[in-house]
Design a protein around this ligand. Sequence first.
Ligand SMILES: *[C@@H]1O[C@H](CO)[C@@H](O)[C@H](O)[C@H]1NC(C)=O
Length: 211
Amino acid sequence: MSSLLSIVVLLAVASSGFCEKEFLQRAGKDFNSRQYRSVLTVNNGERFGDWTWPEMCPDNFFAVGFSVRVETNQYGGDDTALNGIRLICSQDESRSFLYYVESHTGHTGEWSHPQYCPGGVLTSFQIRVEPKQGPLGDDTAVNNIKFRCSSNPTLEAPSMQWGDYGYWSEDCTNGGICGIETKMEEYQWALDDSSLNDVRLFCCNKSQQVC
Ligand SMILES: *[C@@H]1O[C@H](CO)[C@@H](O)[C@H](O)[C@H]1NC(C)=O
């Protein structure tokens, strides 16, 4: 088991290049048995698609930063705007050993440079959503996301400007954001794609153990 872990670590180091000091690996569904305290939702998500699957940060890890996958303006082509949200999870302030979770993401766009809370963890979010455009319109649904940190600043990704922000979700109390599930419209082939339509995030308690 420990040799398996060291192989995984070696592979991660090798694949991220030797200049990279940081360990960053996708957690996927490996930690989905983690107990969560509550689910954060917002009320302005769009209607297309279905909830996909949750992905949880490992035990004792909380989201401290994020990155988004955004398709830029297609100028007359089919726009989808925000396609994915990746939460970066850490177990301490050193942030040297990181996992990420993203649930199901769309197929287009580039991942943004990660943004981190100056200290602490992510505790709430709001989304910018373009409302349904009608039969001849080009739907994009979610365009952007903002997070609030326990250290208080809000972080906003560089993304598209269509639509409006809704209300903030509730706050995670006694802990922080520890998982994500996306609602995605499946790829529409030649039809109008909107990609990501809604998101819900999970809150976990900080561990009770002292020392
Ligand atoms: C989280 O903490 C609260 C009280 O602090 C407790 O009521 C709740 O059961 C805990 N939830 C989990 C999943 O540990």
